[in-house]
Design a protein. Structure first.
Length: 266
């Protein structure tokens, strides 16, 4: 393991301030390593090991002030860090891909097979609020699909391929690991009537129009909008909602962009 990756593993790399100081640390570490190499003939293995330990200790010491720094500079760092979170950088935490602080799952990014969170409590709570308010305006929404495990998706996808062929199946279904339903943050909605017919018939309902313009107020986005199949890889799915949070869902809704475009992945 290189010294840099040691530092990254122990600290993470959350903002520009830290990245800069990590670079400094890395430069210092490299300098020390190259100093060691210059004297390598004079060093025994044992001494060389101890010397690496010393470098690590130094890193740990120099690290402390840099983690405190962002807290004191909070008002000034807030703006750039929210901008930098849209820089198209996908970061992995425990094998799970994130962009802009949100799990990103699409044709390019997938979840590990053992990621099994169930439906997010926050997403469910927000959905319940939306459902209640929709009902008070005369629109009845029901959940037809929410969390789906890797194994469930595997079977579903295979069945769709058998029924429709792979090319067609890929427009509305995802291979295991690539389904947003595995995040526990996606909910498919319908009206009781459209649920009896087909998922696509939801798009012709007034309830669907309501969802389109109100979902962001509860933290959801219509993840696969009309006319964006070339970006998302999926046909228009007015029923598939993805929970982010109210703030980001509102920003994305107002931008008229897909999640991929908003976070500069495409
Ligand atoms: Zn869905």
């Amino acid at each position: 393991m290189s010294i840099l990756s040691f530092v990254l593993l122990t600290t993470g790399c959350e903002n520009d301030t830290q990245q800069y100081s990590l670079k400094e640390i890395d430069d210092r570490a490299k300098q020390q390593v190259s100093d060691e190499n210059n004297h390598s003939e004079l060093l025994l293995d044992e001494q060389s090991t101890r010397s690496t330990e010393q470098v690590k200790e130094e890193i740990a010491t120099t690290e402390k002030p840099t983690t405190e720094a962002p807290t004191t500079e909070k008002p000034t760092t807030e703006e750039p860090s929210s901008e930098s979170s849209r820089d198209g950088q996908v970061e992995y935490k425990d094998g799970i891909p994130y962009v802009g602080g949100h799990i990103i799952v699409n044709k390019d990014y997938k979840l590990p097979a053992d990621y099994n969170p169930g439906l997010s409590h926050e997403a469910k709570k927000q959905f319940d609020k939306m459902q209640q308010n929709a009902l008070s305006e005369g629109y009845q929404l029901i959940i037809v699909s929410e969390f789906r495990s890797y194994t469930y998706q595997q079977n579903l996808y295979q069945n769709y391929i058998q029924q429709h062929g792979k090319q067609a199946a890929d427009r509305f279904s995802a291979p295991p690991g690539h389904s947003e339903h595995q995040t526990g943050l996606a909910i498919d909605v319908a009206t009781p009537e459209s649920a009896q017919n087909s998922m696509t018939s939801f798009g012709q309902t007034k309830a669907s129009d309501w969802v389109k313009v109100n979902a962001h107020r509860y933290g959801f986005i219509v993840r696969y909008p009309k006319g964006k199949e070339h970006i998302t890889g999926y046909m228009y799915e007015p029923w598939h909602l993805r929970y982010l949070n109210i703030d980001d869902a509102t920003k994305i809704y107002k931008s008229k962009l897909t999640m991929e475009e908003y976070y500069n992945l495409k």
